[in-house]
Structure formats: C-alpha cells, structure tokens
Design a protein around this ligand. Sequence first.
Ligand code: UN1
Length: 498
Amino acid sequence: MVQTYLNYVGGRWQPARSGAVFESVDPATGEVLGVCARSGAEDVADAVAAAKEAFPKWRKVPAPRRAEVLFRAAELLVRRKEELAQLMTREMGKVLLESRGDVQEAIDMTYFIAGEGRRLHGYTTPSEMPHKAAYCVRQPVGVVGVITPWNFPLAIPSWKIVPALVCGNTVVFKPAPEVPICAVKFVEILEEAGLPPGVLNLVLGGDETGAALVDHPDVALISFTGSTEVGLQVAEKCAARGKRVSLEMGGKNAAIVMDDADLDLVADALTWSAFGTSGQRCTACSRVLVHPKVHGDVADLLVDRARRLRLGHGLDPQTDMGPLVSQAQLERVERYVRIGREEGAAVLVGGERAVGDGLERGFFFRPTVFDRVDPRMRIAQEEIFGPVTDLIRVDSLEEAVEVVNGVRYGLSASIFTRDIHKAMRAVEDIHTGIVYVNHGTIGAEVHLPFGGTKFTGNGHREGGLQVLEVFTEWKSVYIDYSGRLQRAQIDLQPVSLG
Ligand code: UN1
C-alpha cells in the first residue's frame, strides 16, 4: 500500500483541490515511495492566504518565544535523525552517511538560528540633535515563499525556513518534486514542535506550483535555491512584481593543485568533492587545475579512486556512490559527456551509465574524469551537476587563479599547497563566496555565510548571521523628547560648552 502525502495549509493536511497527484520514486530502484498532492495555483492561493492571516499574530510573538518552538524542532530532528536519513537516501539517492550529514546540517542550522531569538540585534546610535534617541530594529518581511532543490532535502529548507520563522515571517514552502516526503517530515516536525497553524504551509508540486508562488501578490519575498536558468526567471518575475528575492544558483567550482601539494590528501579530498552526492552539489568540484609537474600523478590517483568507488543503493553500507536523482538528471550528464568528447576532451574513466547487478533499474552514472580539458570548453564552463570532473593544466598560480575566475559562477574554490604564500595569494585573488585551503570544495558550515559571486547568486548569503539580512527589513526609530521642533540637518546648534 503506497502512502499518500498531502499539503499542509492553515494547520490542516489536505489534498490538492483538483485531486491531482504525482509520485515520489526511489532513484536507485524506481520503487514508488509515495503519492503526493500536485498543487495548482488555487492551492498556492489557499496556502498564501493562511500565511497572510497568521502573520500579524506570529510577528507579535516575542522572538525568544518563537525560538523555543525551533529549539524543540531541533531536538526532534536529533531524535529522528536516523529515520530521516534513511528516508532521504531512499527518496533522493545519496548514501546514508551523507544523508545523516544532511540531517545534521539541518540540526546545526536550527540550533544556531534559534539562538538568534535572543539576539536579533539592532543598534542604538546618537542622534545629531540633543534630547533625541535613535535606534534601529529588525522587522519581518511578511509572507515568504521558499523554493528548494532536491539535493539537500532537509538542510536547504532549514537554511531558509528556520531563519524566516525566527525573524517573525510566515512561510509557504514549495520543495522540489523529487523529495516531497522529506519535506512533509520536516513540516511535521515543526508542527509537532508547536508552530501555530498558518505560520508554515506546505504546497507539494512541480514548476507550475513554484510559478504560482512567485506570481502571488501577497508573497513579499522569494527565497530560491536551484539552477541559474530558473533563478534568473524567478528574479525577473520578482522584479516586475516588486518582490524581494534571494537566489542561490549554480557553481563551477575548481580546486587548484600546486606541485608541492600532498597528493594523498588531494586524492581523498577531490574524490569526495567531485563524486560525493554523485556530484550533485552546487559546491561539487568539477574542475581540477593541475600543475604540469603533478598532472600525471593526480590523474592516476583520481582515476584509481573513481574506479574503486562502489555504486549501489545508498542504504547498502558497501555503497560509496548512489544514483543520480532522476532520468532527467541522467540525460543531462550523458549530454555533457557527449559534448566533452565532441570538444576533444579525453575520458580517462567512466563516461557512461552504470549497468549490471541491477544498477540499470536506477539512474546510475559512472564517476567520470575528463583530461585535456581547455578552460574555454563547455564542460569547463557550464554546471553539469553530476559525477564528472575535468583536469585542466595550469602552469602557474597566476594562470590557475585566472582559470578559477574565468567562469560565470563564483561559489567555492580551493587550493592545495604547502606554501603559505601561494595559499594566501589564492585566497586573496579568487573571486568566489567560499575558499578552502588544503580541503576540497564542499563542506561549508552553517555559521558562516554561504553563497557566491556573479551568476551564483544575487548578493545575498544564507547561513551565518548574514541570513538575517534576507529575512528582515530595518526600521529606524527616532524619539524626540526635547519638547520642540528640531529639524535634522537644519537646526544645527553650535558646539559650545558655555
Ligand atoms: C548545495 O550543494 O546546494 O558545502 C549545498 C556543502 C554543503 C552544502 C551544499 N554543506 O557542500
């Protein structure tokens, strides 16, 4: 018996008004895990109306009390970590170890941001007038539309929903159609933690559901993570409707390997960064920029590691790498591998779907290393979002930095070297939102700002305290207790002690 998963609107679990549904499937086997409400514009309108109604009360709940609900949610996440991780592996495909990390990231974020309930600092500052107080406070924005991808089914929703709530906003959450059940579980946890009806609403569905949310006039802010292509469309629509928008989009992350690098560390770190989550991270390492002196060794090490990765179901403890999330994603990766070959790059390992031992039932693709990649090739410029990485030869640190920066994205980058001078030069000149030294390109922690430059985003950051800037607006307050009209900039009193 396949279970049904519903929308959550105004504190009630309910089907889509049309009765339409879609399936959530295990990408490793094709097994149907659940049947989910497919929401139309009318369901989105119901959810937005519920969020709008709940907003005036929720914004008046003192922030430390709002945070209490979130602390309880964090405790529930801790208690249910294993169950959630297993579900995530089944629904999204990544191996259990990584799913546990995803749940942990949601736990970390929830504790970290719940702590802001007792801070949410503004500041006081002197007025230019006597007997006049001046300070500023954060205010919630209103109804927030949260649109999330499938690659981090709990972590990324937590990055958005938890700060939105602690700041006093109400939320309509539209998760990716590949991971609806994980989203339902997250909302159930927040419900159980004591969130009042209407404060968080869930609408399951696909592109049309997200588009209706972006379109809705009562949604004040859209927080979106996904592809640059879709993100730019969201931004255009938001601009036309006067909405605030925060975008986390693509990456084309690079690691520089200098000739003095610790190559065992490079092999470990880059195998993890390129093939972890089957390369389906916006932080995945898809370019390895190698000094000619170590090029051969790095190629051999990566090829050897890639060959040894065991593909299979993510719940199997023997498995190192799970499937891609969907047929569409598999086709995308296949297309890019074809493009790379046509461009003249050489496939050192992988380059094809994995079949045999039942793997053909899922969307498995072999970990792939391209060599002889020119930085101008499409495979070196465009986000692939799969287990594919490029070896690019660079003759100097200067050239390496130029290649790192020579793409339209700017999320994460790294350098492997034992030379502090080279490391610090790279840190200084790389134009990305995140830089690592002697570490791969993945593994950001929740209490530092997360996001990138150029087409990776629109200037906002998630994580860190910086996320509060997305989900609040400033109110400046002036209190004049002089008992007379004091005109700023005009009634300037001379400075005198007499
Ligand atoms: C993503 O790929 O969309 O830094 C997020 C990392 C994770 C988050 C990745 N903590 O790889």
